[in-house]
Design a protein around this ligand. Structure first.
Ligand code: FE2
Length: 357
């Protein structure tokens, strides 16, 4: 599988990664823009539906033919699905100049007229630009609904997006910045992915409690989107929990530290699903603790390891396996209904693992 060694070589040993901007988080705050309590509020279509399309791990390198597949994947999905909202769960870029990489792979979104947002990945601040600069460049693109970083909240891409029906807010989409990597006290090298910090959790709690209060004490069904999975995902697998659908092609690779976000989701009772990327050979749905861990479908090209074909994992000693197919994940919500439908859509249109959750 070669994943871990490749990951180390590709990410942790880069100069930018060693600079570890994650330690202090995002210092950029746009004071000129008042911070609204809600980033964006969307509404169901006239037919009562709302579709979110998730891309993840495009790992785009401008001018690199291995990235053509990622660009085609994004274009084809947008043109075919025509979703109501797009969320990219990070590792948008994988080379230099990194801002140009981001602008090029996100251009189809910017030109689509469809609103979109990002939850940055660990690689998105490892190729020269600071996380703040990357996030700012992305936010300047047409259609991006991410708002400026919140003062006192760790990271950049922490956002709240709501979906409303005739009776008010029916869904909340929380985007967290799971950052990059950290140097732990007593260790002189980066050996640990970052984790969701206490002030991000406090930010989430404040929104969650307000939505619950405004909904007569009932939690508003919510989904959380970010890049790096939580440790509880591997905990579930270790206990023998089986995916409802999809491929489990590699071990989950979370932070070694647990900031406690899963416990907050359980306590507040609103988040139904934790939607991530990061582990390219996984695209499964796993139930655990009254909610679901859901992987997106790898949307990138052959600039980084990927082994998911139309029928699942393709064993290969190469970091990219011939015959792999990129794709995306879809979520469909219906007004007045608390659950949702999700599926994986492969490049070209094949739909897999449709679930009503
Ligand atoms: Fe990735």
């Amino acid at each position: 599988m070669k994943r871990r060694s490749f990951l180390k070589n590709a990410a942790f040993l880069t100069g930018a990664a060693m600079a570890a901007p994650a330690l202090k988080g995002c210092s950029f705050v746009d004071k000129s823009e008042p911070a609204p309590s809600v980033a964006r509020d969307f509404h169901f279509r006239a037919d009562g539906t709302f579709t979110v399309l998730q891309f993840t791990d495009t790992h785009y390198i401008v001018g690199d033919p291995r990235s053509q597949r990622a660009l085609e994947c994004v274009k084809e999905a947008l043109e075919s699905v025509k979703p109501d909202l797009v969320i990219h769960t990070g590792d948008i870029v994988f080379g230099r100049p990194d801002l140009d990489c981001a602008r090029e792979i996100l251009r189809p979104l910017a030109e689509s007229g469809i609103p979109w947002a990002v939850a940055l990945g660990n690689h998105d601040s490892q190729f020269g630009s600071s996380r703040e600069a990357m996030f700012q460049a992305i936010r300047e693109l047409p259609g991006c609904v991410n708002q400026s970083p919140k003062d006192g909240v760790y990271g950049c891409s922490n956002d709240v997006i709501t979906l409303s029906g005739a009776k008010g807010v029916e869904r909340v989409f929380y985007l967290f910045d799971s950052m990059d990597a950290v140097v732990l006290k007593g260790e002189d090298e980066i050996h640990c992915y970052d984790y969701i910090r206490h002030n991000q959790i406090a930010w989430y709690r404040a929104h969650s409690e307000r939505f619950t209060s405004e909904n007569k004490g009932q939690p508003v069904p919510s989904l959380a989107f970010f890049h790096i999975p939580l440790p509880e995902l591997q905990e579930a697998l270790d206990k023998g929990v089986q995916p409802l659908a999809g491929t489990n092609g590699e071990p989950s690779c979370p932070s070694r530290l647990n900031g406690g976000l899963f416990a907050q989701f359980r306590e507040l009772g609103d988040v139904q699903a934790i939607v991530t990327g990061h582990d390219h050979d996984c695209d499964y749905v796993l139930p655990y603790g009254q909610l679901y861990f859901i992987y997106g479908r790898f949307s990138g090209g052959d600039t980084i390891y990927n082994h998911l074909g139309p029928q699942g994992y393709i064993p290969s000693d190469d970091h990219t396996a011939p015959g792999t197919v990129s794709g995306c994940r879809l979520f469909q919500f219906r007004e007045g209904e608390p659950g949702f439908r999700t599926c994986v859509r492969l490049y070209g249109g094949e739909v897999q693992q449709t679930l009503n959750l």
